[in-house]
Design a protein. Structure first.
Length: 501
């Protein structure tokens, strides 16, 4: 069975090699061409059994046997002509004509209507059916061709009687047996291949129906997922005030209590209040990051591009994180290469990305050094800004780096338990950088430290979005103090405008 399957596959590849591309692209024509090629590749082997038997049984074989053998062998030319020139319909008609000639020629010379080769006439309608298939405009020419040949054959038999062949009756019966067996084998071969083609087509159609059903289910799943995403985005937009307002109240009241404790000289309460205040700010930053990440995923985050001083932005961001870095015994400083001036982009989002990286470095570094290095390089597409945040912290292995920027991914449970972390800050950083047509990369070595590199264009190719003064003021204030609610969403901005006039 394995040998038969292997031979069948090789035969299929050989048949397909002869089919021109324009015919192969049409499913119906491809099926007809395959039947045509099978009959022409294998048919001459069976068909030549007749002239071979004539040559053996006829005591004095003449040129008529040679013409019959040449006509049957000529079928091998048709596959090459099809591959080289195409014109399948014309070749099908010529092939049927050649078959009619070979059959009627042998009948004319060897017995007429009593010829032992007459059973081959039955193959003509079979092959015509295989060749024309679903091509109705070929049916008329095929019938006409058959009728004309039969009329010519009848006239020849009536007007020009064939000479005697000289084959004894016993050998003539043997010739009839060989001819009938060959014709039967030929018909069986074509029928088996046709049945196999139909089975393959049915299997293919079943697979296609399965794929269509799968595609329909995938479209439905995609629709449901899109609807769920929209619902999530709407929920987050509506819940932003509900999430932030209690935190703002906790942070605000804790700040007031801290000031009162400082004025009243109560150091015991001051420590607890500072912890409450710090925890509230940390939770508010986490909520802001999650909401910003959801806005980017929903496509609601916009870039507010303008010219700004990169040096001033980096120095301000470093100055804000200096105290937090010092709390872990770290020294934080910036190195800015000369010649860097104003760039065009979204200052607040670039600052947010840089702040996330500095906070990450501060968290995983103790009694070390954190360096922010800013440089600019020229490329064919335009100048690119590189901001590297390098630390001397715990570092990471290569397997940990692969999932570092995934949402809510914690690469090491033990490290997360010891240092904290939710897997939101770095994911948001990458999304912000890609929103600005840039990216963020990382290199790290355990026990040596890590280096995160932000790369963004010096001129972000995004149209300037309309920003009113209230939006800009609130956004800058939020970057300086997380207690201030962001104003990216139009609903929040409108409510603040109504509140403040």
């Amino acid at each position: 069975m394995a040998i038969l399957n292997s031979l069948s596959l090789k035969l299929d590849r050989l048949v397909d090699w002869f089919i021109p591309p324009d015919i192969a692209a049409d499913r119906a024509m491809r099926k007809q061409a395959r039947m045509f090629l099978i009959s022409h590749l294998l048919g001459p082997f069976l068909g030549n059994s007749v002239p071979l038997a004539l040559y053996i049984f006829d005591p004095h074989p003449q040129w008529d046997v040679a013409i019959l053998a040449a006509s049957i062998t000529g079928f091998w030319i048709f596959p090459l002509v099809l591959k080289t020139y195409g014109h399948y319909n014309l070749l099908a008609l010529i092939s049927v004509e050649n078959l009619l000639f070979a059959i009627l020629w042998s009948c004319y010379w060897y017995g007429g209507v009593t010829s032992p080769t007459l059973p081959w006439v039955l193959t003509i309608p079979l092959l015509a059916f295989f060749y024309i298939g679903e091509t109705p405009h070929l049916r008329g020419p095929m019938l006409t061709l058959f009728g004309v040949n039969m009329v010519i054959f009848g006239l020849c038999m009536y007007l020009i009687p064939a000479p005697g062949h000289g084959i004894p009756s016993a050998e003539l019966q043997g010739l009839g047996i060989i001819s009938t067996i060959a014709a039967a084998l030929y018909v069986a071969m074509m029928a088996i291949y046709y049945a196999r083609a139909l089975a393959s087509q049915a299997e293919l159609e079943a697979v296609m129906r399965h794929h269509i059903t799968t595609a329909r289910n995938l479209r439905q799943a995609a629709f449901e997922a899109d609807r769920a995403t929209r619902a999530k985005s709407e929920f987050l937009a509506k819940m932003s005030h509900e999430l932030r307002t209690p935190l703002n109240a906790v942070i605000g009241y804790s700040q007031i209590l801290i000031e009162e404790a400082e004025d009243g000289g109560n150091p015991d309460d001051l420590v607890d209040l500072e912890r409450i205040h710090a925890a509230g700010q940390h939770l508010l930053r986490l909520v802001n990051n999650v909401l910003d990440l959801s806005k980017i995923e929903a496509g609601h985050m916009q870039l507010y591009c303008e010219d700004f001083s990169l040096v001033d932005m980096v120095n301000d961001a470093v100055r804000e994180q200096t105290q937090a870095a010092a709390a872990n015994g770290n020294r934080l400083h910036a190195i800015i290469e000369p010649g860097i001036g104003y760039i065009h982009g979204d200052e607040l989002k670039l600052r947010n990305a840089l702040t996330n990286l500095m906070q990450n470095a501060t968290k995983y570094t103790k009694n070390g050094e954190i360096t922010v290095h800013v440089s600019e390089r020229a490329e064919a597409a335009g100048n690119m800004i590189e901001i590297r945040v390098q630390d001397t912290g715990i570092g990471m292995d290569k397997p940990e780096l692969s999932a570092l920027f995934e949402k809510f991914a914690v690469v090491n449970d033990e490290t997360a338990t010891k240092y904290g972390g939710t897997g939101v800050g770095l994911a948001l950083t990458r999304q912000l950088c890609r929103l600005m047509n840039g990216d963020v990369t990382v290199t790290s070595q355990p026990g040596v430290g890590s280096c995160f590199t932000i790369t963004v264009p010096a001129k972000v190719s995004v149209a300037l979005q309309p920003v009113n003064e209230l939006q800009k003021t609130l956004a800058i204030a939020r970057a300086m103090d997380p207690m201030i609610e962001p104003s990216d969403a139009a609903g929040e901005t409108a409510s603040q405008e109504r509140k403040w006039g």
